[in-house]
Design a protein around this ligand. Sequence first.
Ligand code: BDR
Ligand code: CA
Length: 323
Amino acid sequence: MTAPTKIIFDTDPGIDDAMALLFIEASPALDLIAVTTIFGNSDIETTTRNALYLKRRFGLKAPVFKGTDKPLTRPRNPSPTFVHGVNGLGDVELTGHVAEHPEAKPAHQAIIDLARQYPGEVVLCAVGPLTNLALALQADPEVATLLKSVVIMGGAFGVAGKPGNVTPVAEANIWNDPEAADQVFTAPWTLTAVSLDVTTQVVMSPDYMDALAAACGDAGQFLNAISKPYAAFYGERDGVVGCCVHDAAAVACVIDPTLFKIRRGAVRVVTEGITLGQTCQSPEGELFGPSAWDDQPIQSVTVAVDGDRLLALYAETMKAGYR
Ligand code: BDR
Ligand code: CA
């Protein structure tokens, strides 16, 4: 059997972040070596508290490193309490919460140090605003060649007419720090963006969540509880019955990239104007005049997903990992 892939999870828990974190922990294909936190679904104090809470409650071994509290150049957007609740976890009571501290090292330094400790071995999976990644690149540009790959949940590429989720063209993680996202997309690492185009096509129904609750012990019951307000939000806004699988789809892409169809090409992020936060790809092989995409690294963007297979992978992994 091949050794599990070392993974750093950069996250803003966050309801779907919690679903993704427990998925990583349960997967025999992955070895979680660090959790790094970022603002986004809540402020950094709250997302870090939530990461520490999930670690303690579900017995995670990986250390938690606190990330930056604001975007690179602009003020932080208000927290989307209408999606993730005031406590970031659907306002479900955090039973047994104990105040704890993260590691002393800042998140971006932990990313650099782990990339240097295990050159070519670590996948960085980022499912929040990309500020920690940009800070790591700024502090040590070689980190781009030291990581095995980067897989993010982020972006909206207008595939099949799908819009953004914050504005008609912008997805939340990118919109929360567009400058950082542009630096991350144009860095010379191997990056895959698992975008809204596919994550909105994969939905965990209430029956699916009930089955997890029945089969996966405390983890299943907790995820089922926090999924309820999340599903209510999507139901009201988009008419979706259940929860869109955003962050866990990025984890699924690390475990099994064949779940997705990708399109390759340089990606730039709009950093001003009414389309702020829009992600735009110049598909490889298409010919254009001189543009801001010239001589930029070729990255991968998901354009289709086998949703049934992804949902089956998540359920099987969780059922085997939690009793
Ligand atoms: C992304 O934004 C956050 O609200 C979710 O956790 C997910 O990472 C979806 O646009
Ligand atoms: Ca997230």
